[in-house]
Design a protein around this ligand. Sequence first.
Ligand SMILES: [Zn+2]
Length: 405
Amino acid sequence: MTTARTPETVTVLRDVRPWGGEPVDLHVADGRIAAVTPHDPAAGTAPEAGVVDGRGLLALPGLVNAHAHVDKSWWGRPWVSYGGEATTQGRIAHERAHRDELGIPGVDVTLTVLREFVRHGTTAIRTHVDVDLGLGLRGIEVVREALAALNGAVHAEIVAFPQDGVLRRPGVLDLLDAAAAAGAEHVGGLDPASIDRDPVGQLDGLFAIAERRGVGIDVHLHDGGDLGAFQVELMIDRTLRAGLQGKVNVAHGFAVGDVPASRQADLVAAMGEAGITMTTVAPIGAAPLPVHALRAAGVAVGLGTDGIRDLWSPYGTGDLLALTTQLARLSRFRYDEELVTAARVATSDAARFVGRDVHDLVVGAPADVVLVDAENVPDAVVRAPRRALVVAGGRVVARDGDVLV
Ligand SMILES: [Zn+2]
């Protein structure tokens, strides 16, 4: 179950069309793209170890899932019916009552989720992992063990996530600090106002850890309207004061989508000045984020699956390209350049969400490549065709729907 196979190492991925452009050969060394040359039809036609034929397919960088919860899915297990109340607090209570019977967190189920991501072309993730008084840091250990079993097929950053609240559960702030000290790249937060009922207190606690440990902050903010916008403003103030530009993310941030236009414009501009980023899971039923305005203001936007098939919701498949279609539709993207933007959000422009300087089909980037049979990028975004080949770190990790790790 946890035994990983050794996937084929790629030296040349020949005849692929990066971003739908002219056919090239991608040369790979030490897990990175070493050269990009015009496709040479004469070279590499004889079978040769490490030379993989891309058959003229469209190439995208590996998909980046900027908001996942790989520790708490029941993907691959018998169906679990939805139960409990539909509020945030109702979901928290339901999860705490039933996670033990599902063996969550567990290495095997986390591996099942990660492999599903790989199958769909995701090669890098930022995953939130529950940290609470019941689990302590065990969930993070479980996720690290699962990632290690995949032997580099998925590059990951971890957010120590206080799903059950921070200040209302004395001891959790210390756990977040311990997680940061032990290598978690970010500390998470959760609705500082509506869950802890102390927005200043929760955010001050998180920012103190970030300053002390040099980690990022990634806050789940479901609170909408003025209450949510107020908390974004608190985060802006603290980010500027602490000099943490580029290290603070608002996840969901429904308020940014649902406040009146003038308030939204001010908020987006201030977020851009503070270097705050946003991640969305493209939820149906919430006002969509103003993706174009955010990006124009310098607010990087990432896309994530959120938890898939867990005690919060039966929905989600782990297919980030299909979710890119959903983001594009919800955002009313129709022009080619808008559809390409959606693909950029899900790939190259998400580098920063997984701690990478560059994540693209260029020299020096990690050799993370997804091939699909599509005419061009807009066609790929609209249809989300099957991933024909997935290369991660220069190794073939999935082919035609089969996971090879
Ligand atoms: Zn989440």
